[in-house]
Write a protein that binds this ligand. Structure first.
Ligand code: TPP
Length: 593
């Protein structure tokens, strides 16, 4: 094991010591010279697992994948210049999906910015509002003081300062930097959102020592966030006749099995769970679009939606994928909307939202009726859902080989305990039409719904997972982020399924589709690429199919243990796929329900 190398620069040591103190484990480093004091500091310290990833955009999403799984902050470290801007997509995704990241950017001293020095940009506050906070550390004045004194505008050190006053000044700078880092780390840990620290380093950058020379203050005392009292009268659920609990992106730790059972006994409560909620109970309704979309197509839709309209909406978890449920609840608003949880409350349904800052478990245990409530509200939803399920089975038997068929087959063939990572946007929407294997947690970057980092996220998540990972993606998302494979952290059990419909198939499904060439070129972005050469370049086993039989046969072998990771490319027609999907919703509507 190499000796711990502490850089001779005080602010670099202060960052490293604070990362140790806060139990940071994972650090994703992109190369450069300006950040080398920290790169060596992290890499030579056995307390940190360090990952080397050249492309900062991919590195950002790789780190996001790690934090998504570990629920702990991952550090991202990059050099000065445009490198930092490449973190922007992953930072905004982390911000809106509440995943903790600590971004550390090395910079040049302030007086060297904007004067023609190479690899410099204005690094402070680059992420604007799409981050919890951005802070700048102060320049150490005890490191290469002579160079700092040459600063043309004397921004950093006045020329006539004595040696002792410089030492005194450095003591204040050190204390201030330590405080800034501690506050930022504590906010990141508290709110599970990304923070950015910009740190200026003067040369020389490559002097190291075995032990740190700075000392840092102890951990900040956490003041636990005050939870709303779930005992208040207005929260008692027996006073509402029709309640919808809508669960967005989350994981199974959100609520205990006992609580799910208790909720299910109340017939005035309907639980709508999104696929990404990863919550399962037989009496809860997944496949929300399958219920809502056919109603939209019925003449009696107003009356039907009125019957389903809730008095109270309770949201828990994060982002909601289903556009259909958003439209329904915006048009048929509940009287009240509570968001329960320590994460952000959003007024997604335009009816005002009351944020109940409490763990879902605490809230429901106290607010559920003492005796289960009887009502026909749950039955109404159940009868629609049962009817849809029957028609869905018939449809799946009937339809030809297309995207919907692929998802129908694939969904039933994912082996137990796989982590499933999904790209935007039609893959996650297709998955929402099927019941998930409850042993397979599913994730997707829904904070900003970008197609720019799904593969990198999946690779990062896979690396720290106890289980194998399957990544299911459209072709554009896959090619866009193919740099996600340009690293040494792709596991042998990593599996990729590319559904290649030669462009952005989603745009044929959305309203506004026209057969014009302009749509094909600038919206759908049609192409004739396939993944074969990429698979070869990155050492994947590659196979491709374009028929139902071929798909079934390939899936039979695809998940078997192998010495290399695998890509299965499934070729489909976007034209046929969009027609079938539209017809599917038409066929699901029945006159009486
Ligand atoms: C960074 C970014 N740019 C553009 C978009 C808009 N967008 C959403 S889905 C999509 C096409 C995705 O195509 P593909 O991955 O092939 O999946 P398909 O729709 O065919 O299933 C695009 C361009 C986006 N979400 N993110």
């Amino acid at each position: 094991m190499s000796l711990k190398k502490y850089p001779s620069i005080d602010s670099a040591q202060t960052i490293l010591l604070n990362c140790e103190l806060h139990g940071i484990q994972n650090v994703v480093i992109s190369p450069g010279s300006r950040n080398s004091p920290l790169a060596f500091g992290f890499a030579s310290n056995p307390k940190f697992n360090c990952f080397s990833i050249i492309d900062e955009r991919s590195a950002g999403f790789f780190a996001l994948g790690i934090s998504q799984q570990t629920k702990k902050p991952t550090v991202l470290l990059c050099t000065s210049g445009s490198a930092l801007l490449n973190y922007a997509p992953s930072v905004s995704e982390a911000f809106f999906s509440q995943i903790p990241l600590i971004i550390i950017s090395a910079d040049r001293p302030k007086h060297k910015i904007g004067i023609g020095d190479s690899q410099t940009i204005f690094q402070e506050q680059v992420f604007g509002k799409n981050i919890l906070e951005s802070k700048a550390l102060m320049q150490d004045v005890n490191h290469n003081t002579d160079e700092l004194l040459k600063s043309n505008s004397q921004k950093i050190l006045k020329k006539n300062l004595t040696e002792s006053s410089i030492i005194k000044l450095q003591i204040d700078i050190q204390a201030s930097n330590d405080k800034i880092i501690k506050n930022s780390f504590s906010k990141c840990l508290g709110s599970l959102k990304p923070v950015h620290i910009n740190v200026p380093f003067e040369e020389p950058l490559y002097n190291f020592q075995e032990k740190p020379t700075v000392s840092i203050s102890s951990l900040l005392k956490k003041t636990p966030e005050k939870e709303n009292s779930p005992l208040e009268k207005e929260y008692r659920l027996e006073q509402f006749k029709k309640i919808i609990i809508l669960i967005g992106s989350s994981d199974k730790s959100l609520m205990s099995k006992k609580l799910l059972e208790k909720i299910s006994l109340n017939k005035n409560i309907v639980v709508l769970k999104e696929t990404l909620s990863n919550i399962h109970h037989p009496s809860f309704f997944g496949k929300i679009d399958q219920i809502i979309a056919p109603i939209e197509l019925q003449n009696e839709r107003h009356k039907l939606f009125k019957e389903l309209q809730p008095d109270l909406l309770i949201t828990i978890g994060g982002m909601v994928v289903s556009k259909k449920i958003k439209t329904f609840l915006r048009n048929f608003s509940p009287k009240k909307h509570f968001h329960v949880g320590l994460n952000d409350a959003k007024d997604t349904f335009y009816c005002g939202v009351k944020h109940i800052k409490a763990q879902a478990e605490n809230f429901f245990i106290n607010s559920l009726p003492k005796k289960p409530i009887n009502s026909d509200y749950h039955d109404k939803w159940a009868s629609i859902s049962n009817n849809r399920n029957k028609l869905h089975v018939l449809e799946m038997k009937k339809i030809p080989f297309c995207d919907l068929k692929v998802f129908s087959v694939l969904n039933s063939k994912i082996p137990n305990n796989y982590n499933v990572q999904v790209s935007n946007s039609s893959p996650i929407r297709y998955f929402q039409l099927f019941d998930q294997n409850i042993t397979c947690p599913m994730s997707c970057n829904r904070g900003t719904s970008g197609i720019d980092g799904s593969l990198s996220t999946a690779v990062g998540a896979s690396w720290v997972s106890k289980h194998p990972t399957l990544f299911v993606t459209g072709d554009l998302s896959f090619f866009y982020d193919s740099n996600g494979l340009f690293n040494n952290y792709v596991r042998k059990d990593f599996r990729i399924i590319v559904i290649n419909n030669s462009g952005g198939g989603i745009f044929k499904i959305l309203p506004g589709y026209s057969k014009e060439k302009t749509h094909e070129t600038f919206i759908e972005t049609r192409h004739n690429y396939n993944s074969k050469e990429l698979a070869k370049m990155y050492g994947f086993k590659y196979s491709h199919v374009s028929s139902l039989l071929g798909l079934k046969f390939s899936l039979f072998n695809f998940f078997k243990i192998s010495s290399k990771p695998k890509i299965l490319e499934i070729k489909t027609s976007s034209q046929l796929s969009s027609q079938i999907l539209k017809q599917y919703f038409q066929n699901l509507k029945t006159l009486n329900i």
